[in-house]
Design a protein around this ligand. Sequence first.
Ligand SMILES: [Cu+2]
Length: 442
Amino acid sequence: MRGMVMPGKAKPGTEMPAMAMPDTGMSGMKMTGTVGVPADRNASGTAWIPDAVSEPMHHFVAGNWDLMLHGAAFAQYDNQGGPRGDSQLGVIDWAMLMATHDLAGGRLQLRSMLSLDRVGVGGSGYPQLLQTGERFNGLLLHDRQHPHDFFMEVAALYDRALTPDVGVELYLAPSGEPALGPPANMHRPSAMDNPMVPIGHHWQDASHVSFGVVTAGIFTRNWKVEGSIFNGRDPDENRWDFDFNPLDSYSGRVTFNPDSAWSLSASYGFIKSPETLDPGHSMHRMVLSIQNGGRLRSDGQWATTLLWGANGHSDQPGLSNSALAEGEVMLDAKNTVFARAEFVQKPADDLALTGGPSGFAPGRSFDVGAFSLGYVRELTQGRGMTLGLGALGTLNCVPSALEALYGSRTPVGAMVFFRVRALGSRATEMAAMKGMKGMNER
Ligand SMILES: [Cu+2]
């Protein structure tokens, strides 16, 4: 089946990377990187996605460097209902540049991913019912999604083959993602057009912005085993700097891509004092993920992710669980639908419900859920970019104990947005292939 995969992950204009398979990119086979792993199977940090799906990005060449540029921006009007809801006009965005160069028999990739969320949605982020995590003005954020740091990722990734079938990787990041959990939500093909972050983010993939990460891994074409040491402290509320601390957290992950349609991973992490204001508190995190996807007709793709993530707290018995199912279908060049269903056990202190009149015990946990459905219609495309108009609705579920606080057992939220990102799927690949053919003919 691999032979049928379009060269979406090809690197136009480059010669075979070190230890590459024979270059059959022109005949409809994907060009491959170290030990046959496509160069951009790493969707974020060193986390894999299925080869059959791709993140839209631009490929170009500057001197001896292969460059890949991608990103997305959402200009959004967000309205979350009920007493704990709010409304806001804002812009969230990220842009990522990757530069790859052959080095010492392997491949060096330098990456920088930046976000202007702090300007676009302010220090308290944007309204999202039941979302929790991080702080603003010294207070825990709740029912809002925090802005991401300007330096979402600044990293160097080196990989090379040891034998024709076994490769090694080393990832060094002043800001980046340890081997814990699946790719971060905005880099998953199952969620890349969804501006909302999962309410289970801090149970699953929130470590994607960690200020200090070292990851080493060994991989074959189908398997990867990795270990990280990293700074597990949550980013502070100054979103413009690097929040360095000792690398006293650690994680390990096993990933299995049995064929081009699937990527499975299991990971465990020990996160040392994630909260600066509560340094005695540490966490264990376990995450299982299943990603699946494929091509759809001439210029679409579909992708799904199933996730279980759990936190064990050093000061509480038991596990706090989360589960997520999400999917995105690019039906064709114009129409994309996406959906997500979530369940999370949220502690009262995360939801800021331990003080004041509500006064729940800090250890009390609430089972909450969120179901969302969204659609994007592309309006215009040019210069390798596509502009879409989208809408997203979320139905949340809270237990009766929270009914008065949320105004309902089923508070709702909605968002309308304009979204700009690199032109996706087949369109860019076709353009790239034409470019490659042109180069060959010259
Ligand atoms: Cu995040």
